[in-house]
Design a protein around this ligand. Sequence first.
Ligand code: NAG
Length: 301
Amino acid sequence: MVSVIASLLFLLLLGVLNVRAAPQTSPSALTEAEINKYTPYTYFARATYCGVSTKKWNCGESCTKNPTFKLTAAGGDGNLTQYWYVGYDPTLKTVIVAHQGTDRSKSGAVATIMDIAQVHPSKSLFPGVTANMLVHKGFAESHSRSASAVLAAVQKTLKEPGTTKHVTLVGHSLGAALSLLDGIYLPLHLPGITFSVIGYGMPRVGNKAFADYVDAHVKSLVRINNGEDPVPIMPDASSGYRHPSGEIHISNKDRKWYKCAGQENPSAECSDGSGASIFSAFTGGLDDHSGPYGSVSFGSC
Ligand SMILES: *[C@@H]1O[C@H](CO)[C@@H](O)[C@H](O)[C@H]1NC(C)=O
């Protein structure tokens, strides 16, 4: 907890002013059926927190909630390299790629989220992306540690008979950031495959050129944010960070799920306008980061 408070204070020093975009169309609430469609993916994201048991797909409810899933490969150590796994779900008809979020007891993972300088993405991993694209240094380095193993696992899974040519990338928190980077990286190396990104409590990952590239290339992206979670408003927009479009925000006012148009939506129903701030970390915001997202919460396995 001390390290979390220290990191939040550190980010606070970098400025708390949010750059507010012009108002967009007012947010609309999702139906119960639309919300329930995300539940299996939420369990897939949660299974990344189960450590080594995930590598055998023997992680209790987080695994058994997706009973037809077949694991191809898994890796990571939960510290410097977030746990990840790849496999196929014939019920959902998609390859699943999942990345773990930060285990706050692991110094390597905490150092990753603190490293908020912006860097150009690696030319070998991200060939041909917009020249002025910048990404979070810690996220980029963390992503690079699993990138080639994840790509090989996805290629192997796609070769299995009966596998559809669709890949869904899921993760919570740092894991959502890694999934978004995979949402750019994997298509550059896997032509002819379609991708979806479903991130929970995703922090900002890159600059405006990054957000614009994502909007133009990642056609199916949602970032589901809960209540007054401070993570989706970090690192601060004033330090050159910007989200891509695709926010769904669960409002603490009525617990409805709102579709928030645009890259940074200032409406009260969306994260930027929800009252979430660096200070929310002291008033339950980190609980909101864990959930619940529908019936599912993160933090434990
Ligand atoms: C995590 O990684 C850091 C940085 O390399 C290292 O100092 C630390 O000992 C590691 N912690 C664990 C639990 O492996």
